[in-house]
Design a binder for this molecule. Structure first.
Ligand code: KIV
Length: 275
C-alpha cells in the first residue's frame, strides 16, 4: 500500500533516512535552490538530492535587494510549481520573513508549505530564540531544517551579508545553537557563511546531516543558489560561488551534472570558495 503510487521505482525518492545514510557513509549531499517546475525537472535529472525553494527567490526572481519582502503566498506558489517537476529529490521550502514569530503561526504556515506547496520539510532561520518553535513543529511531526550562521532575513538588524563566527565567542555561540536546535528535533542543520573550520566542528558535533553554503568542504552536503552557479545572476557573487558554466559545460544540464559530480567527488568547494 505504501508504494502503490510510486513512479520510477529505479529512482526511489530521497527521504530523511536516505540523507542519514549518506551522512553515515560519507556520501556528500548535493543540493540546489529551485523556484519553478522546469528547473525542478532539470535538477532532478542531474541527480540533485535536496531541492530548496528558498526565499532567495525574492532576490533572484523578484529583483529585491534582500529576502525580507518575500511573502508566505509567494513561497507557497513557487513551492507548488517545484513540487510538480520533482520526483527523486527531497523538497524543502523556506518559511519567509516574520512567518514564524509564534509557535502557532509557525505551525499554520508550515502546514501551508506542506499541503499547498508540496514541501516535505520546512526551513527557518534559527538562533537560540527559535529553539522552542523548532521543538513545537517537530513535536507535530513536521520535518525541520534549522538555518544557522548568516541569516539573510536579519540583514537589516545585523548590518549586512557578512561571514559569521570569525570571533571565538560567536563561534562558540553558533556551535551551542546548532546543538540546541538538534536537541529540539531539527532534522537537518544548514550553515551559511561561516569559517570552514567552524563548519567542520559543527558537522562533527551533530548526528543529523549538515548542509553548508559558504561553510567549507567538510559539511555533509553543499547547497548553492542555482542562478548563481549557472551564472544567470549578474553582479558580484559571494566568494563561495563557483560558476559551473565556466569549463566543459555546454548547457544548463551539463553544468548541473558537473555540480553534482564536483560535490560528490569533494572537488567543490575548493579552498578558494571557503572562509
Ligand atoms: O533562500 C535560500 O536560497 C537559502 C540558501 C541560501 C541556503 O536559504
Amino acid at each position: 500500500m505504501y508504494t502503490h503510487l510510486q513512479r520510477d521505482v529505479s529512482r526511489p525518492p530521497v527521504t530523511l533516512a536516505t540523507l542519514a545514510r549518506m551522512k553515515a557513509d560519507g556520501e556528500r549531499i548535493a543540493s540546489l535552490t529551485c523556484y519553478d517546475a522546469s528547473f525542478a525537472v532539470l535538477l532532478d535529472q542531474a541527480g540533485v538530492d535536496v531541492v530548496l525553494v528558498g526565499d532567495s527567490l525574492g532576490m533572484v526572481i523578484q529583483g529585491h535587494d534582500t529576502t525580507v519582502p518575500v511573502t508566505m503566498d509567494q513561497v507557497v506558489y513557487h513551492s507548488a510549481a517545484v513540487a510538480r517537476g520533482l520526483h527523486r529529490p527531497f523538497q524543502i521550502a523556506d518559511l519567509p520573513f516574520m512567518s514564524y514569530p509564534s509557535k502557532d503561526l509557525a505551525l499554520a504556515h508550515s502546514v501551508r508549505l506542506m499541503q499547498e506547496g508540496g514541501a516535505k520539510m520546512i526551513k527557518l532561520e534559527s538562533g537560540g530564540k527559535q529553539t522552542e518553535i523548532v521543538e513545537f513543529l517537530t513535536g507535530h511531526d513536521i520535518a525541520v531544517c534549522a538555518h544557522v550562521g548568516l541569516k539573510p532575513q536579519s540583514v537589516h538588524k545585523t548590518g549586512g551579508f557578512r561571514v559569521q563566527g570569525r570571533e571565538q565567542d560567536t563561534a562558540t555561540r553558533l556551535v551551542n545553537e546548532a546543538k540546541q536546535l538538534e536537541a529540539a528535533g531539527a532534522d537537518i542543520v544548514l550553515l551559511e557563511c561561516i569559517p570552514a573550520a567552524l563548519g567542520a566542528t559543527i558537522t562533527q558535533a551533530l548526528r543529523v546531516p549538515v548542509i553548508g553554503i559558504g561553510a567549507g568542504p567538510d559539511t555533509d552536503g553543499q547547497i548553492l543558489v542555482t542562478y548563481d552557479m549557472l551564472d544567470i545572476t549578474t553582479g558580484r557573487k559571494p566568494r563561495f560561488v563557483r560558476n559551473f558554466m565556466d569549463g566543459a559545460a555546454r548547457n544548463n544540464q551539463e553544468a548541473l551534472a558537473a555540480y553534482v559530480r564536483a560535490v560528490k567527488q569533494r572537488e567543490y568547494p575548493a579552498p578558494e570558495h571557503s572562509f
